[in-house]
Write a protein that binds this ligand. Structure first.
Ligand code: NBP
Length: 471
């Protein structure tokens, strides 16, 4: 066939860009690549891309010139100012009808702003959430696109080809207008934080509570992987406990400094949940616990002063393992419930038009929070796409309810041991609060009216009331 220019250009040959370019090429898409640091482009073309159809460019003008019109460009650069800088440099080189896709973890408000700026110039914009890390990008990520529908339709065949597939369905679909894709990716990361914190707490309860060794821990998570907890994060957790350090022969995880890092997407998710007044306590506490872990010196000092937790009360190992597995399942459902409720509310507030069933569908494969449970979640959302909370689905609700006694037992045991398990605790409190037809918020309203004359509503008559409480 006559060469008419490349079908898509990938700008940014970092971990993700490089692998997405190779994935696109594997699927017969003609790709052009560009990277700010030219050596990386040279290395890529001579190395991983050698013998492939991928074409390289060493400046943006040459890069844009390699692309078939109307052009499609995928930016895979660090989120934040680098995206704005790339756009500033690209804009004079592009023409109306060209499509720019930002595949980085951009904040959704940045994406909305950029889409508006590009639209003024007749350019189409897509904010594309990409999940699955290096391997996902190479062999099948979960893709969360939002923005221009026309732009999506143009690149849909490429995205469908490179995305992960589950039961013959690609883990990509158009998710909604504006920043819908980046919003869904942000909340995906929030849920990821919650599940990782629940796994870390499970590890702590088994290690400090029951005295489990790394091989015993691996066995626990391997057994979880055989049942309804099956998920990418449980799978890698089991593998981590099997890994030994090359230098010392000890389990590698035990040699890693206990201070967690973060790139901010979990925090963004919590922030916006608070703005939207959607409760996401498991995600919030997961962010907080990463922050707290980083106060390592302070923790050491307070432990010296007040004594570190030293579990005394022995537990029945087999019984506790069974309870923990059920508690994890319930807290896992609650984590997805919080994230999906947030996406639902955001979609209404920001007019994204997101279909929650589509979100569950694209999360089933390729991404970090892929899990067997997403099949049940998807089924629930197929029955009722605007389900305000997963706990309202009879099947999911009943499965969580059946775990209730074990969930409480795990929380009680953590408290008795003095071990911090806040994600298990707040997810249980979330469940209990949503099961409460009455909450003590009437007292809060009375207090607000007492000190601030904020008024209150009454149960027995309409209107708003103020009382002189000191009278
Ligand atoms: P890397 O750190 O591997 O690569 C960053 C890329 O950004 C390089 O190509 C770098 O070019 C380029 N860049 C930077 Br930094 N500043 C630039 C600027 N001012 N102008 C032009 N290019 C610039 O990142 P990555 O892991 O590939 O991630 C790329 C995006 O994908 C990020 O938004 C990230 O959050 C997101 N993401 C990453 C993962 C993951 O698992 N790694 C998963 C999902 C999403 P240089 O070579 O010249 O420095």
């Amino acid at each position: 066939m006559l060469y008419q220019g490349c079908e898509i250009g990938v700008a940014g040959l970092g971990v993700m860009g490089r692998n997405l370019a190779l994935n696109l090429d594997d699927h017969g898409v003609q790709v052009a690549v560009y990277n700010r640091t030219q050596d990386k482009t040279r290395e890529f073309l001579a190395g991983e891309a050698a013998g492939r159809r991928i074409r390289g460019a060493y400046d943006l003008k040459e890069f844009v010139g390699l692309l078939r019109k109307p052009r499609a460009l995928l930016l895979m650069v660090k989120a934040g100012p680098p995206v704005d800088q790339m756009l500033r440099e690209l804009l004079p080189l592009l023409e109306a009808g060209d499509l720019v896709i930002d595949g980085g973890n951009s904040h959704f408000t940045d994406t909305a702003r950029r889409e508006r700026i590009l639209a003024k110039k007749g350019l189409l914009y897509l904010g594309l959430g990409v999940s699955g890390g290096e391997k996902g990008a190479r062999f099948g990520p979960s893709l969360m696109p939002g923005g221009s529908r026309k732009g999506y339709d143009r690149v849909e065949p490429f995205l469908t080809a490179i995305a992960a597939q589950v039961n013959g369905e690609p883990c990509v679909t158009y998710l909604g207008t504006g920043a819908a894709g980046h919003y869904v990716k942000m909340v995906h990361n929030g849920i990821e934080y919650a599940l990782m914190q629940l796994l870390a707490e499970s590890y702590d309860l088994l290690k400090r509570g029951l005295g489990f060794s790394a091989p015993e821990l691996a066995q626990v998570f391997e057994s979880w992987q055989q049942g309804r907890l099956q998920s990418f994060l449980v799978e890698i957790t089991a593998r981590i406990f099997r890994k030994r350090d090359d230098l010392t022969g000890q389990p590698l995880v035990e040699l890693i400094l206990d201070a967690a890092g973060a790139k901010g997407t979990g925090k963004w998710s919590s922030w916006d949940a608070m703005d939207l007044m959607v409760p996401t306590p498991t995600i919030d506490v997961a962010v907080t616990m990463r922050d707290l872990s980083a106060h390592r010196e302070e923790r050491q000092e307070i432990a010296r002063l007040l004594g570190a937790p030293a579990p005394q009360d022995p537990a029945n190992r087999e019984e506790f393992l069974r309870q923990l597995e059920n508690a994890f399942f319930a807290a896992m459902v609650v984590s997805y419930a919080q994230g999906l409720a947030q996406i639902r509310q955001a979609s209404l507030a920001y007019h994204f038009g997101v279909n929650l069933e589509a979100v569950a569908r694209v999360w089933r494969g390729g991404c970090i929070i892929r899990a067997r449970l997403l099949e049940d979640i998807r089924s629930a959302l197929q029955i009722r796409t605007d389900l305000p909370n997963l706990l309202l689905d009879p099947h999911l609700g009943e499965m969580v309810r059946a775990c209730e006694a074990d969930w409480r037992a795990v929380v009680r045991q953590a408290v008795a041991w003095g071990l911090p398990a806040p994600a298990f605790m707040v997810s249980l409190a979330y469940y209990d609060a949503f099961r409460s037809p009455w909450l003590p918020a009437n007292l809060i309203q009375a207090q607000r009216d007492y000190f601030g004359a904020h008024t209150y509503e009454r149960l027995d008559r309409p209107g708003s009331f103020h009382t002189d409480w000191d009278d």
